[in-house]
Write a protein that binds this ligand. Structure first.
Ligand code: PHE
Length: 397
């Protein structure tokens, strides 16, 4: 390269400048070559941020497996064309352990270290609330697969979700308690340090009262990941003699709550939200969770072609049935992958626009976004019967 510089047709007094320019050109060429060889230019990197360990680990495991499935399908289909070149998609995962500080750090890492084009996650609303401002600020499109707290997408126009929101989910269970179970007096037991639990408790209370019921006890604890004894709260609840108990927490805490409720002699129909969807609910709760009901995004027993097909593929890949988390992570990944395909680009604005205007026939329902970047979808009610989730009904938006 140095030799070629000498032959550059610059007048003598420009030679130093020319020499420097030549160096710069050489450097530029080398960088371009490097970039062309570096994997980041020949593949599309997307991030997945899920709780792979901790008290909500089954959420993360299911989500990751489903996202892997979506990515594998697209790659089998020879990837996605970006600016005229077909590229494979590579997913990189980070574990938020169900904690918001870890989620924020992991999100930063995915953005600065892995240079992700977009992110799928988080699961827990409090973690999505922690990463949404980071994604917005860094202009990285984010699709939370499962965070239902209303505020998540308020961080800005780069933030989307694949699931319904809690004002709807809370209403669904309030209706079921008031009209199907004909409950008059409800109690609520929830984690007041978690946006999801707090938000859902509020909606339920408001709606149940609207439907003519009374909230006779409202008991709380802080940090379900570190709480194992709920008997003091349950004793207060028992004294109020409710005919329905609403527990809008995650599966580990709620399974323990239902167990301890029986132990203190409080036998009351109990309901919850999507946070109950884990094989661990029955493993931990055993007989105490029999007959309990919860709202969810998906039932593996749905007879629609989309669900049947997904259940078959998932079982084949992992030897287990998919849960709502899997269906949502798969749908979130499909929204993103099809947006990349439409945009022919990983430019954040182009991808964000393609997501915003997309329509995806998902496993968890059809997804189009409203002006707040939330999809409008139906919910299902499931009941635990003989240790299995039994489909009760579907409730439209
Ligand atoms: N909706 C829960 C939240 O926002 C997460 C969740 C979704 C858990 C689906 C289980 C199933 O925190």
């Amino acid at each position: 390269m140095g030799k070629r510089l000498v032959t550059l047709p610059f007048p003598h007094h420009f030679s130093l400048k020319a020499h420097l320019m030549g160096k710069l050109i050489a450097l530029g060429t080398a960088l371009l070559l490097l970039a062309a060889c570096s994997p980041s230019k020949k593949e599309i990197v997307i991030g997945g941020l899920f709780p792979l360990t901790g008290n909500t680990a089954t959420y993360g495991q299911s989500s990751k497996q489903a996202m892997d499935l979506a990515v594998a399908e697209v790659n089998r289909d020879s990837g996605i064309e970006i600016a005229g070149t077909r590229m494979p998609v590579r997913a990189v995962y980070e574990d938020d352990e169900g904690q918001s500080e870890k989620a924020a750090n992991a999100c930063q890492k995915l953005i600065s270290r892995d240079k992700i084009a977009a992110i799928i996650g988080a699961v827990a609303s409090k973690n999505s609330l922690a990463i949404a401002p980071i994604c917005q600020e860094s202009r990285v499109p984010m699709i939370s697969s499962a965070s239902t707290n209303e505020k998540v997408t308020e961080a800005g126009d780069f933030v989307f979700r694949a699931c319904f929101i809690d004002p709807f989910q809370g209403m669904v269970m309030a209706k079921y308690a008031a009209f199907t179970l004909k409950a008059k007096k409800a109690a609520i037991l929830f984690d007041n340090g978690n946006d999801y639990n707090k938000g859902l408790a509020e909606v339920f209370a408001k709606k149940f009262a609207e439907y003519g019921g009374a909230i006779v006890a409202r008991e709380a604890f802080t940090d379900e990941a570190n709480t194992v004894d709920f008997k003091a709260q349950l004793t207060n609840i028992k004294a109020a003699s409710p005919d329905f108990l609403y527990c809008p927490n995650y599966y580990t805490a709620d399974a323990m709550i239902m167990k301890q409720s029986k132990e203190i002699g409080l036998s009351v129909p109990t309901g919850g939200g999507d946070g109950w969807d884990s094989p661990e609910l029955v493993k931990i709760g055993g007989a105490a969770v029999e007959g309990c009901v919860f709202s969810n995004h998906f039932s593996k027993d749905d007879t629609s072609a989309a669900v049947k097909n997904f259940v078959r593929k998932y079982k084949q890949a992992y030897g287990a049935e998919p849960d709502a988390l899997a269906s949502l992570a798969y749908d979130a990944a499909m929204i993103l992958l099809s947006a990349l395909r439409t945009a022919h680009s990983t430019d954040p604005d182009a991808v964000k626009e393609a997501i915003r205007t997309s329509t995806v026939a998902g496993v968890s329902g059809n997804i189009t976004f409203d002006e707040k970047r939330n999809p409008i979808k139906s919910a299902v009610i499931l009941r635990i019967n003989n240790g299995k989730q039994e489909f009760v009904e579907r409730v439209g938006p």
